[in-house]
Write a protein that binds this ligand. Structure first.
Ligand code: CP
Length: 310
């Protein structure tokens, strides 16, 4: 087992090896023990300053990174674009260079443009962690999702995972596909034909347009939100119709001859892609995903900090 990551930045799952992912999981196992202890803090990142720069809204990712950073004893600064000089015309590099001039070591960034994290990594010396770049990648979400599957099944290899919904606009879908495939899972995508990009089959994933057939195939269903904020045209007639065709409800779940595990990266639109009785059911590991997110982000921060010689 490697003891260091092969990368200095976490820009996407695409750049990670299977060994990198296994190292992150093993490190997260240790940090999960730490965060379940009465004293949840370790001094691993003392004297490291981390800036969380969010140009898009976030609840889970931002809170989870901040908690992970504080549990590792890092110094943390938060930056929300809506309350900054970006609204006065400042560029991304100028904004970040100003933050770095304040001696920041690591930058966690969410940005609406695909490739923004890569652009930043090419222009600054700090380690960059992509917390979601447009419709491209959301690597820590995929890592925590795969980690939660590993926790539930004891392995990821051979587990059948269907990702359901708005694949076209989802950074979670692409990162999940890449991560699960690297770990040997079987992956299917399911949704309306208009929301499944043509290149999916070239990634080696199965494509299914019928939700009931997809659920009958899978061990795990990862239900995605319809990303109305990214949709420039209408991809389906109404949300009600979408929900009738692709929403997961108790009746559908009970009609399967087996139990499946339900996941959702959040935020959930209850009653659209998933009903409350399913989201809150014994089959759901949605809150386990959130809990595991902190341990995974601690592992990523800790391992990237090692590349700084800490
Ligand atoms: N899963 C996820 O990225 O949620 P947030 O948008 O709330 O961070």
């Amino acid at each position: 087992m490697n003891e260091q990551l092969s990368v200095q930045h976490l820009l996407g799952i695409k750049d990670l090896t299977k060994e990198d992912i296994e190292l992150i999981f093993q490190t997260a196992d240790n940090f999960k023990d730490v965060i379940n202890r009465p004293i949840k803090k370790v001094p691993s990142l003392r004297d490291i300053t981390i800036a969380n720069i969010f140009f898009e809204n976030s609840t889970r990712t931002k809170l989870s990174f901040e908690l992970a950073e504080r549990r590792l004893s890092a110094d943390v600064v938060n930056f929300a674009a809506s309350a900054s000089s970006v609204s006065k015309g400042e560029t991304l590099v100028d904004t970040v260079n100003n933050i770095l001039a304040m001696k920041v070591d690591m930058v966690v960034m969410r940005h609406p443009r695909p490739g923004a994290a890569l652009f930043l990594a090419r222009h600054i010396k700090a380690n960059v962690i992509n917390a979601g770049d447009g419709t491209h990648e959301h690597p820590t979400q995929a890592l925590l999702d795969a980690y939660s599957i590993r926790e539930k099944f004891g392995r990821v290899e051979g587990v059948k995972v269907v990702i359901v919904g708005d694949i076209l606009h989802s950074r979670v879908a692409l990162s999940n596909i890449l991560c699960l495939q690297k770990l040997g899972a079987e992956v299917m995508v399911c949704g309306p034909v208009t929301l499944i990009p043509k290149y999916m089959q070239s990634l080696g994933v199965k494509v299914e347009y019928n939700l009931k057939k997809a659920l009958a195939w899978c061990d795990v269903a990862n239900m995605l939100r319809i990303q109305l904020e990214r949709q420039d045209i209408r991809y389906f007639p109404t949300l009600r119709e979408y929900s009738m065709m692709y929403g997961l409800n108790r009746q559908l779940l009970d009609s399967l001859n087996k139990a499946i595990t339900i996941m959702h990266p959040g935020p959930i639109n209850r009653g659209v892609e998933i009903t409350s009785d399913v989201a809150d059911s014994e089959h759901s590991i949605i809150l386990n995903q959130v809990e595991n997110g902190v341990a995974i982000r601690m592992a990523v921060l800790f391992l990237l900090a090692q590349s700084r010689g800490i």
